[in-house]
Design a protein around this ligand. Structure first.
Ligand SMILES: N[C@@H](CCC(=O)N[C@@H](CS)C(=O)NCC(=O)O)C(=O)O
Length: 144
């Protein structure tokens, strides 16, 4: 059996998703740390031009995109399942929601501290907004 090699960097949310999937399945894997931003000459040579994080390597096979990585890991070890029988579509839809909508908002909020306030300005009371912002700073500073 070929070894699993994850090309990633610590701070990437998509790398965290890949690490969590590997951890959930109890698979052992090797870590190759890649730069968070370009240039990434070694990664691009490996992937044929794909620059994002994370990338899974199994022997000579390269899996770009965590949705594909999820399917490949499911094939590697089916239990515990990422796509429980009968709930495959729900799992895929939830992953898509997290990967696209949630990720977009999380990045915006992370890089633009006032984005949260603007987002909820018309929907929440000033007190609710104040609490949300305070929570955000606590998460960011790791005080949980
Ligand atoms: N759909 C991809 C998204 C991966 C992604 O956007 N990763 C970010 C890091 S969290 C990245 O590499 N961004 C750098 C770039 O787009 O050049 C997946 O599920 O793996």
């Amino acid at each position: 059996m070929n070894e699993l090699i994850l090309h990633h960097y610590p701070q990437s949310p998509f790398a965290e998703k890949a690490r969590l999937m590997l951890g959930l399945k109890g698979l052992s894997w090797h870590s190759v740390l890649i730069p968070p931003v370009m240039p990434k000459p070694d990664l691009l040579a490996l992937t044929g031009g794909y620059r994002r994080t994370s990338v899974l390597q199994i022997g000579a096979d390269i899996y770009c995109d965590t949705a594909l990585i999820a399917q490949r890991l499911e094939r590697e070890k089916s239990v515990p399942a990422l796509f429980p029988e009968g709930q495959e579509a729900v799992a895929a839809a939830l992953a898509q929601f997290g990967d696209q909508l949630l990720f977009q908002h999380a990045v915006a909020i992370n890089f633009q501290p006032h984005a949260l306030e603007a987002l909820f300005a018309r929907r929440c009371s000033p007190e609710a907004r104040r609490r949300a912002l305070s929570l955000r700073w606590r998460w960011r500073s790791g005080r949980y």
